[in-house]
Design a protein around this ligand. Structure first.
Ligand code: AMP
Ligand code: MN
Ligand code: MN
Ligand code: MN
Length: 283
């Protein structure tokens, strides 16, 4: 059976692949169903879908938004064809526009600290949505740090001197946006939350109305997958999974698999998602 990957990025946000390159990589990896989930934009979905039609890959519309709940920043995956409607696509991009201001602030701080600033990151980003990842790569390219990890450790991580919080919506707003699109909102990679507060933040996200949790994320270990799958089962939630592919910017993650192997979204879980999205499966 074809593999499934419900979380992947392109050049429209902070991935390195053009939409058709992502889809070609998915096809080569045996992925039959792929969701394109760029940060704060659905701009790459149409192009990816056109490539998918040529290459036999079903492309689902999605995006990943930054949201706050319980005083914490989380990522929420939105899935749904309605996200492509102009007014909803525009609502998704509101967060993206808020990023411009943040990026100028990061650039200003970084320039004072290192001489590498906003313009350097823009040049490197070649038109994609600017993120801290681009500032990190600009620092590497200009020799200010040895690698991306050092760029985050010294300057860009939360609590470091060039850090500025990302603009975000509330999880309630993210859920409402998904509902408006006739789609669903799924709490992304709960494994990234600090273990001490994970249960609390997940509970608050559920309270805010998320429809599901991302279980088979490439960075989740088997134990976390088991406990999240059990939670989804108990609470009647959707359970999704994906690689969180970013192309060459996360070289250890491939489409359809992560460091822990295939992301393995079970067939019945995909069927439940399809049912909620009212999209028929192939065959
Ligand atoms: P932003 O959305 O602008 O906050 O930037 C997030 C981007 O930075 C994503 O691509 C992350 O994968 C990347 N990122 C965040 N923290 C780190 C880190 N410590 N090391 C490498 N990349 C990171
Ligand atoms: Mn990213
Ligand atoms: Mn994320
Ligand atoms: Mn992601």
């Amino acid at each position: 059976m074809a593999a499934v990957d419900l979380h992947a990025h392109t050049l429209a946000s902070d991935g390195s692949d053009r939409p058709e390159e992502l889809v070609a990589a998915a096809a080569a990896a045996g992925v039959g169903t792929l969701a394109v989930t760029d940060h704060d934009t659905v701009a790459a979905v149409a192009e990816a879908r056109a490539a998918g039609e040529r290459l036999g890959v079903e492309v689902l519309a999605g995006c990943e938004v930054t949201a706050t709940v319980g005083g914490r920043v989380v990522h929420v995956l939105l899935y749904g064809e309605g996200l492509l409607e102009p007014d909803l696509a525009d609502a998704v991009e509101v967060a993206r526009r808020g990023r411009d201001e943040r990026n100028l602030a990061i650039g200003e701080r970084l320039e004072q600290l290192t001489g590498v600033g906003h313009a350097d990151a823009v040049e490197l980003a070649c038109g994609s949505v600017l993120s801290r990842a681009h500032f990190a790569r600009a620092l590497v390219a200009r020799g200010a740090v040895a690698d991306v990890a050092e760029a985050f450790d010294r300057y860009l991580s939360s609590g470091r001197p060039a850090y500025v919080p990302a603009p975000s919506v509330s999880v309630i707003d993210a859920v409402a946006l998904a509902a408006k699109a006739g789609g669903v909102a799924v709490l992304a990679h709960p494994g990234r939350l600090a273990p001490a507060e994970r249960d609390r933040v997940v509970a608050e996200a559920l309270e805010a109305g998320v429809d599901g949790v991302e279980v088979w994320h490439s960075q989740h270990d088997q134990e976390l997958r088991r406990s999240l799958a059990a939670l989804a089962e108990r609470r009647g939630l959707l359970a999704t999974g994906g690689s969180d592919y970013h192309g060459r910017h996360k070289p250890d993650v491939r489409v359809g698999s992560g460091t822990g192997g295939n992301v393995d979204v079970p067939g019945e879980r995909l069927a439940a998602l399809r049912h909620r999205l009212a999209v028929g499966g192939p065959g």
